[in-house]
Design a protein around this ligand. Structure first.
Ligand code: GDP
Length: 611
């Protein structure tokens, strides 16, 4: 039973509203607007406030929000369908009014509302009666999680809507890979991250009187100050006092750790892998070292006869499921299974070790192919080349809010300085409160780590800022000019976070890139949100192409995948990102210190996949 349904414009005008109780809902709706819609949080379309669940749908064309509120304890399976249907009905019915921009507030919508609600309730009841059946892989949601399915093409709006409804139906029959479930995974990941941060803070800030707070999905304008609840970058938290030498020296252990090319992600040891097959190894035969969970699948293939396709089929099916369980898109999983099948067919694999070695080698070489980018990005070399040409090397960072743009920009800045390149950070997020201050704090910290006296009197990091509310493209342009005049080697442009579907903001980003022609456009995505990050990447890429009004648009050149330390082994999204765009994952963020920046290599990915 719905407590509230409301349609309002993003500007706050309520166009139509239904309320089944006399309760006052404005605090909950305001919280939704403030904490989710204005923050442009991605992923989930539901939000809990007090005893209520609020679910919403955005109409980006007319800038409308459709919100439903109901008691949290209720599980209403039809709300997604209801929001979809009512959205379509409202648009169809009042298209002309909406197009003309006349936001009248006396829409005669009650009959439509009642009808759609009734239909959805009946639909939900009928769905509940359908007996649950085992589905084949082809029928399942997993098989539909292909790379192509992650790409939304323009003009596909209608198809998308019907697909969404089908998805919901299936979700009702059996809970699997539904959008809700994916959001649950994101929420669980965030909870894990919060726990991780909490334990870190406990260890490092023993005296901290506050206990870590529960997961909060909202992005707060953060002030990077010390003393308070400084959960962010705990190891970087030295005094904002410029001359705080005692504290600065505590951090100088970081200095010198990032010289040269970015190091590869380390492959952890397999101490924790307690797979059965290891126990069953014949005496005297060492168990394959890297034999985590997936290898037990291949146990049955050990034998003295040449392997046939029939023998391998059930094993490969299990392997495919295992890979999909790690977030690998179905078509990539199929590809990997095919490559393993080709390598194994006709072979006599007498020991488990030989099976394991063959599978691992095959997967590594296949992933190597997938992860090998269309072109190599060698930033240090290109920076030196630009310096020889007497111009700064320019990188711009884009992505949605809160993914770690500024933090990882600062890490990259640290790495560049460690390699004797001077950097100008251009504060072009002129929108989010606190964004400029955050960069100022980083600049100060980086300057303290690499003071001019350690670099022959050269100041290694500068900040170019013009406050808030100004045109970001213009500031970036001035910054590049300033860097060229001051012989600064690299310009790092921080841009405002924006949602991939927000057309005006994507247009502004395309403009910034078009007029400033950076050498490298990096998309920052968080590994934490899995395939949502793939969707963001695809849409950013598409939007840059669509809005650049150029026949040869500058799209995304590379990816920074952040919060990799929080995902355990679900690395599938990383593979899909490179597979889809052909662009490399240039950096992987693995934590919250300046040295937590790594490169992705196929070995680390294979290791995580086989766990
Ligand atoms: P922005 O809005 O995209 O600029 O995001 P921020 O740079 O402000 O980062 C948002 C949060 O993510 C901060 O708390 C960061 O400390 C955290 N963060 C960024 N990168 C990483 C990472 O690689 N690992 C972890 N665990 N946290 C990160």
């Amino acid at each position: 039973m719905l407590d509230l349904f409301s349609i309002f414009s993003k500007g706050g005008i309520v166009l139509w509203c239904f309320q089944s109780t006399s309760e006052i809902f404005s605090p909950s709706v305001n919280a939704l607007i403030r904490n989710v819609i204005l923050q442009e949080r991605s992923g989930n379309n539901s939000y809990n406030h007090d005893a209520l669940t609020l679910q919403y749908k955005l109409d980006n064309e007319f800038e409308l929000v459709f919100v439903v509120a109901y008691q949290k304890i209720l599980q209403l399976s039809y709300v997604d369908k209801f929001l979809n249907d009512i959205h379509l009905e409202f648009r169809d019915k009042y298209k002309n009014d909406l197009q003309s921009g006349r936001f009248i507030t006396d829409f005669d919508f009650k009959t439509s509302f009642d009808n759609i609600l009734k239909q959805c309730e009946t639909w939900a009841k009928s769905q509940a009666k359908i007996p649950k059946q085992m589905r084949t892989f082809e029928d399942s949601q997993k098989s539909k999680k292909t790379v192509a399915s992650m790409i939304e093409r323009k003009g596909d709006e209608k198809n998308k809507k019907s697909v969404k409804i089908v998805e919901n139906k299936i979700a009702n029959g059996k809970i699997e890979e539904s959008p809700e479930l994916e959001d649950d995974v994101i929420a669980a990941n965030r909870a894990k991250l919060a726990q991780k941060l909490a334990s870190k803070v406990k260890k490092e800030v023993k005296k901290s009187p506050k206990s870590p707070k529960a997961v909060d999905r909202t992005k707060k304008p953060r002030v990077w100050e010390l003393g308070g609840d400084s959960r962010d970058l705990p190891t970087l938290d030295f005094s904002t006092d410029k001359e705080g030498d005692a504290e600065v020296s505590a951090d100088t252990q970081l200095v010198g750790q990032m010289t040269g090319a970015i190091r590869d992600l380390e492959v952890e040891s397999d101490d924790d892998s307690s797979s059965e097959e290891e126990e069953e190894q014949p005496e005297g035969k060492p168990a394959p070292k890297k034999s985590g969970g997936m290898f037990s699948i291949f146990k049955g293939l050990v034998g003295s006869k040449a392997l046939t396709e029939e023998q391998m089929r059930p094993v490969l099916d299990k392997m495919r499921d295992h890979l999909i369980g790690k977030n690998v898109a179905a078509d990539i999983a199929n590809k990997l299974c095919d490559s393993v099948a080709t390598k194994l067919e006709g072979k006599v694999l007498g020991t488990f070790e030989s099976v394991a070695t063959t599978v691992k080698a095959t997967l590594t070489s296949s992933l190597m192919q997938i992860l090998s980018p269309k072109r190599r990005v060698d930033i240090l070399r290109d920076c030196l080349h630009a310096r020889q040409q007497g111009r700064p090397y320019v990188m711009s960072f884009c992505g949605v809010n809160g993914v770690g743009k500024s933090t990882n920009l600062a890490k990259i800045c640290f790495w560049l300085i460690e390699n004797d390149l001077s950097v100008l950070i251009a504060a072009c997020d002129t929108f989010r409160a606190g964004a400029v201050e955050q960069l100022r704090t980083h600049t100060r910290r980086l300057d303290a780590l690499h003071p001019p006296h350690a670099h022959h009197g050269r100041r290694m990091v500068h900040l170019y800022e013009k406050g808030y509310g100004k045109d970001a493209a213009g500031i970036a342009m001035e910054a590049i000019r300033y860097a060229a005049d001051s012989k600064i080697d690299v310009v790092l442009i921080d841009t405002a976070g924006r949602m991939q579907d927000n057309e005006p903001l994507m247009r502004a980003l395309a403009k910034l890139i078009k007029v400033n022609e950076p050498d490298l456009v990096l998309f920052v995505g968080e590994a934490l949100v899995g395939n949502e990050a793939v969707d963001q990447l695809v849409k950013f890429n598409q939007a840059l192409a669509d809005h650049s009004s150029s026949s040869n648009p500058h799209v995304i050149d590379g990816i920074v995948l952040t919060k990799f330390d929080t995902i355990d082994d679900k690395v599938g999204a990383a593979i899909s990102m490179t597979y889809i765009t052909g662009q490399p994952i240039v950096f992987v963020g693995t934590g919250q210190t300046y040295t937590d920046l790594k490169a992705l290599n196929a070995n680390a990915v294979v290791h995580a996949l086989m766990k």
